[in-house]
Design a protein around this ligand. Structure first.
Ligand code: SF4
Length: 362
């Protein structure tokens, strides 16, 4: 059994990424079979519980308020709406619901209390619950854990070097600090990134070094391909080729043998053959539903046809770790602290972000 290694160097990872394709695929598929059932793929549903109006400046994101995109913002969904969507997801084969809110960071108060209630509600449906809500404190992570949260998503996005060309409103270290706060609880960590944002292959390797050196490594690593949305600073970037996606998935599988590697945004651009190669190379999760937060995603029926064609089965929930218990709000050990943590604002100028912001004003 391949041992997990936390001391990967960028050079070692680049050497894997750049192997001849057939060797890379063989190595990744071998490690995949040692640690996972290659015929099972987890189906997760991503639900945007609060869309748009985000104060951050992530260069790839149509939900940033400062860019002019055709995203329709909405207020936080109700617990009942979320429950109805979770039930629908469950009936179409999803074992996990990931709720995303376009927030910089979580603020204690009625909206967060509602999110905690959503977590309790979905956990009671015997589905894995994941949240992606921005930066969180240790106390907020403890409250989510108590509610029954299974995973918290907070992507590193790219390498620390290239991150400075993508986001100026918070630092890489803030991301790592949030992941550290999640790690102080029994919530699993979901953290990955986006390729095709104009970064060098060295940046992809740099991101994998950062993720693989976490101890423990993230239980889940989403690999997204940029979906360039009109109005965002990255609107003109051409889609990456499927071969880059396959190389990234295979390399991720080799450096993080135990993790769930998630094929995330960008699947609409991939053929079934391309996705099949990604599964062979070690991807074992997809997001279902016709939208991924705000960008297009294949229809769930199309995915089920692909599963049938490839003889894949949707994974059951709680295969990797047992279901957390839900503590009701009135029995909570962790009161809201109303903290105002000093998350950083580097505020350096990113030319393309500034240009997109100026264009949006016009
Ligand atoms: S990626 Fe998240 S934090 Fe960044 S602008 Fe979009 S919603 Fe906001």
């Amino acid at each position: 059994m391949t041992q997990t290694k936390h001391t990967w160097t960028k050079e070692e990872i680049l050497a894997i990424y750049n192997k001849p394709m057939m060797e890379l695929l063989y190595d990744a598929a071998t490690i995949h079979r040692e640690h996972h059932n290659p015929n099972q793929v987890q189906v997760s549903t991503l639900l945007s519980i609060k869309t748009g109006g985000c104060p951050e400046d992530c260069g790839y994101c149509p939900q940033a308020a400062r860019y002019h995109t055709d995203i329709e913002g909405n207020e936080l969904m109700s617990v009942q709406q979320v429950k109805a969507q979770a039930l629908r997801a469950k009936s179409s084969g999803s074992s996990r619901v990931c709720m995303g809110a376009a927030w910089r960071n979580v603020k204690d108060g009625p909206e967060f209390d509602n999110v905690l209630e959503m977590v309790r509600t979905i956990n009671k449906l015997d589905m894995e619950v994941c949240c992606t809500l921005g930066m969180i404190t240790e106390n907020q992570a403890q409250r989510l854990a108590e509610a029954g949260l299974y995973a918290y998503n907070h992507n590193l996005d790219t390498s620390e070097d290239y991150y400075k060309d993508v986001i100026s409103t918070r630092a890489y270290q803030d991301r790592l600090d949030t992941i550290g706060n999640v790690r102080k609880t029994n919530i699993t960590v979901c953290s990955g990134g986006i390729i095709g944002m104009g970064e060098a292959v060295e940046d992809r390797a740099g991101m994998l070094v950062a993720l693989a050196s976490l101890s423990p490594q993230p239980e889940s690593v989403p690999i997204n391909a940029l979906v360039a949305v009109e109005g965002t600073p990255m609107e003109e970037i051409e889609p990456i080729s499927i071969w880059e996606m396959i190389r990234m998935v295979a390399t991720t599988r080799i450096v993080m043998p135990n993790t769930q590697v998630r094929l995330s945004a960008g699947r609409t651009e991939m053929s079934r053959e391309g996705q099949a190669m990604c599964f062979f190379a070690g991807a074992n999760s997809i997001f279902a539903g016709d939208k991924l937060l705000t960008t297009p995603n294949p229809d769930v029926n199309e995915d089920m046809k692909m599963f049938k064609l490839l003889g894949l089965q949707p994974m059951k929930p709680f295969v990797k770790k047992e279901q957390p218990e839900t503590v009701e709000a009135q029995y909570s050990k962790y009161a809201a602290q109303g903290e105002k943590p000093k998350w950083s604002r580097p505020g350096h100028k990113i030319e393309r972000n500034e240009e997109a912001r100026e264009k949006a004003k016009v």
